[in-house]
Design a protein around this ligand. Structure first.
Ligand code: CMP
Length: 139
């Protein structure tokens, strides 16, 4: 089915001017960027977005990193977009990521791993509505 998923190009990647190269990977995989904006998260916003991880030892570090510099938030659309995006991103830890994936090519560490992508249909819907209004989403 045609799906939408929420993607974030993280501060380690925006800082190194990798937005275009990362977007090319999405587009080459057949994912269409149907909404996109560059924003700087506050600590509160980062904390709310990653609330599911709040008991993890890396939560504070994760939120500080995500609020440190601008990110590009985007909605990707396509056939099986949620899984396809996860394949294009590669494993969370770049040391485990397959050749040709975004994290293998660009990520610096498990924390500074260049991209985030929703992991399931329910989280995709929730994460898209966290950043985008209906008016910002055209097909
Ligand atoms: P993401 O897909 O954005 O979802 C949660 C993030 O937590 C994950 O990518 C990683 O960047 C980050 N993360 C996971 N494990 C660790 C860790 N051990 N240390 C720091 N950050 C981590």
């Amino acid at each position: 089915a045609i799906e939408r998923t929420l993607s974030i190009i993280k501060p380690d990647a925006t800082r190194r001017n990798l937005t275009g190269k990362i977007n090319a990977k999405f587009e080459e995989a057949g994912l269409r960027i149907v909404a996109q904006k560059r924003i700087k998260l506050t600590m509160d916003q980062a904390g709310q977005f990653y609330e599911v991880h709040k008991e993890r030892p890396f939560y504070g570090e994760l939120c500080e990193f995500m609020a440190s510099e601008p990110v590009v938030v985007q909605v990707l659309e396509g056939e099986s977009a949620i899984l396809k995006n996860r394949e294009v991103m590669g494993a969370t830890n770049p040391a485990d990521a397959a050749d040709g994936t975004i994290r293998k090519e660009f990520a610096l560490s498990v924390g500074e791993n260049s991209v985030h992508g929703s992991d399931a249909p329910d989280t995709a819907a929730q994460e898209i509505s966290f950043f985008f209004s209906g008016l910002e989403l055209v097909g």
